[in-house]
Design a protein around this ligand. Structure first.
Ligand code: PEP
Length: 251
């Protein structure tokens, strides 16, 4: 049985003081989530990771938004796995479409980062999704299938059972244009079958999230799809009231 997962991606938002305020206010929701067998978490900027870890409930997942695949060295501006581990950060978003678009994050780079995380028993949240042009050209499965196969090639089934995959059609991120729940289900089910071809029945343990303009008003519809195990939420995860509503609407 896969536990539901609600994960907020704060992107480049929130001062450290605002992150602290959110973390403190989120304590009761983490309790509520736990009582209902739901995992919740947020991905703050690097600068606020330690703050959120300190002031949020220990049941709140705190994820980084990126990591470098090398342990240390001459990589100006980067942060490594041991640096995150020292802060007890075990979850990391990999391959978010904004990083693929603005930071040349390729499937190959994602693979190297996922490998570094899995080797350290950390949880990658591997983001995949097609652009509007690819969607309109009917290439969604070709693109998403390639991202899954290339990003996850060569790992052993036992390594990937805790991995999370997030299907986020690029055309629906931050645009208010939702993919229908039918599209979300079709593509999440397709991803699960790709995972099954690669890893066998472990595919049934891997959580697959939908992301793209998820709001309190539509979150329940997505989570009622059999292959959608949760949501990766940008805009609607920023305000504590809306985060609370997202959670309450899926209880
Ligand atoms: C995201 O950043 O992963 C995302 C899905 O953003 P939004 O919910 O704002 O579309």
């Amino acid at each position: 049985m896969r536990r539901k997962l609600l994960l907020g991606n704060w992107k480049m938002n929130k001062l450290n003081s605002e992150a602290k305020e959110f973390a403190l206010a989120s304590v009761p929701f983490a309790k509520l989530a736990k009582e209902n067998n739901i995992d919740i978490g947020v991905a703050p900027t690097y600068l606020s990771l330690a703050t959120v870890k300190e002031f949020a409930s220990k049941d709140m997942i705190v994820a980084a938004q990126n990591v470098h695949f090398k342990e240390s060295g001459a990589y100006t501006g980067e942060v490594s796995v041991p640096m995150l581990k020292e802060l007890n950060i075990d979850w990391v978003l990999i391959g978010h479409s904004e990083r693929r678009t603005y930071d040349n994050e390729t499937n190959e780079k994602c693979h190297a980062k996922i490998e570094a995380l899995l080797n350290n028993n950390m949880v990658p949240v591997y983001c995949v999704g097609e652009t509007l042009a690819e969607f309109e050209a009917g290439r969604t499965k070709e693109v998403v299938g390639g991202q899954v196969r290339e990003g996850l090639a060569g790992f052993a089934p036992e390594q990937v059972k805790d991995l999370v995959v997030a299907y986020e059609p690029v055309w629906s991120i931050g645009t208010g244009k939702n993919a229908s729940s039918q599209i979300a289900q079709d593509i999440c089910s397709f991803i699960r079958e790709e995972l099954r071809a690669m890893f066998g029945n472990v595919a049934d343990e891997i959580r697959i999230l939908y992301g793209g303009s998820v709001k309190p008003v539509n979150v329940k519809e997505y989570l009622s799809c059999p292959d959608v195990d949760g949501a990766l939420v940008g805009g609607a995860s920023l305000k504590i009231d809306s985060f609370e509503e997202l959670l309450k609407n899926i209880l």
